[in-house]
Design a protein around this ligand. Structure first.
Ligand SMILES: *[C@@H]1O[C@H](CO)[C@@H](O)[C@H](O)[C@H]1NC(C)=O
Ligand SMILES: CC(=O)N[C@H]1CO[C@H](CO)[C@@H](O)[C@@H]1O
Length: 318
């Protein structure tokens, strides 16, 4: 795998040198200053009640120390029938980025039956799907493998082979096709999602977006000796090159003109429950015979693992 990747990368990457320098570092309490807590109804129809920043801090659903930022969902209360859903958090960055490398150093991600967490980015200008959507981390229930995908207006698709470690799930990025499935890649590396990811202490997700090479997502679990030092040490400059090996997910520009489909994006973390994806797959995921919404309402204790613990989020620009 790795050797094939090197051969491919030797062709596509060494001709272009891409050096990115640190622009913004989000860590601990500066999330509170630079991100907004959105209280919207979940556009994916989840059984969720996104609370504002003050409510989130009061209930400890959002918490910061010097070197941690934690977002959790309510794991104490039964949700009443008339309520909007289980209390949770959805935050969006004030800043938006075009060509950039984003390094997420994550210690823990939400998982468990009924959950659908995501770390993703969205056009600041929109309206969706204009300007595109990039899902870096996404999964449901007890998944163990992460999915990265793009959602665009019509005209963006992916061809094979494209020098990625992961496996193509779907190749048309058009959000209007197949109920907004988008074009997605499921990872090849283990421990990229859920309980397995958390058990090894998490890891690093790296998103590169570039008008010349398109979108790449790399992933290294905490215990992977091959993580580049620039990433694990949080250096001021990062250079994605052949030494990084092939990305888990790669979305090149061949049949998707990056600049035409993607403009500057804000970043989002959220944890929703049930809804379009997790609601439709609750039974098939082995989560039980009842309805997803009922499960979420009645079992607060099943959501203790549904939290994000972020060490840092660094954004580098050209
Ligand atoms: C709030 O959450 C943090 C992170 O999980 C935890 O360390 C802290 O003890 C919690 N504080 C309270 C008052 O429960
Ligand atoms: C094992 C596992 O978690 N697989 C999931 C990976 O992502 C795909 C695409 O969303 C899911 O269908 C799998 O269940």
């Amino acid at each position: 795998m790795r050797n094939l990747g090197f051969a491919y990368l030797a062709l596509s990457y060494t001709t272009v040198t891409r050096a990115y320098c640190i622009k913004d570092t989000f860590m601990g309490s500066n999330f509170f200053d630079n991100w907004r807590w959105e209280t919207i109804d979940d556009p994916t129809h989840g059984r969720v009640n996104y609370v504002d920043k003050w409510a989130a801090q009061a209930a400890n659903l959002s918490y910061a120390s010097d070197n941690k930022f934690v977002m959790r969902v309510d794991a104490y209360q039964v949700v009443t029938k008339g309520a909007r859903g289980r209390d949770s958090v959805r935050i969006i960055s004030n800043a938006a980025y075009g060509d950039s490398v984003t390094v997420l150093d994550l210690a823990h991600m939400p998982h468990g039956c009924g959950t659908w967490p995501a770390f993703w980015s969205l056009s600041k200008k929109g309206p969706w799907p204009n300007g595109g959507e990039i899902d870096v981390i996404e999964g449901v229930h007890t998944n163990t493998i992460n999915l990265s995908s793009l959602h665009t207006k019509p005209g963006c698709s992916m061809k094979e082979p494209r020098g990625q470690n992961g496996q193509t799930v779907s190749s048309n990025c058009d959000a209007n096709v197949n109920y907004n499935q988008g074009c997605g890649t499921s990872y090849a590396k283990p421990n990229s999602y859920g309980a397995g990811f958390n058990a090894v202490g998490g890891g690093w997700f790296i998103l590169e977006r570039s008008a010349t090479v398109g979108i790449n997502v790399w992933f290294w679990p905490r215990n992977d000796p091959n993580v580049p030092l620039a990433i694990s040490e949080g250096r001021k400059t990062v250079w994605p090159d052949a030494s990084w090996g092939p990305p888990e997910a790669r979305f090149p520009v061949d049949s998707c003109d990056h600049a035409a489909f993607f403009d500057p994006h804000s970043m989002i973390f959220d944890t929703t429950f049930c809804g379009d994806w997790a609601g439709a797959t609750f039974g098939s995921a082995g989560c039980g015979a009842g309805s997803c919404n009922d499960f979420v309402d009645k079992n607060p204790d099943k959501f203790k693992e549904a939290y994000w613990e972020i060490n840092s989020l660094r954004v580098y620009t050209l």
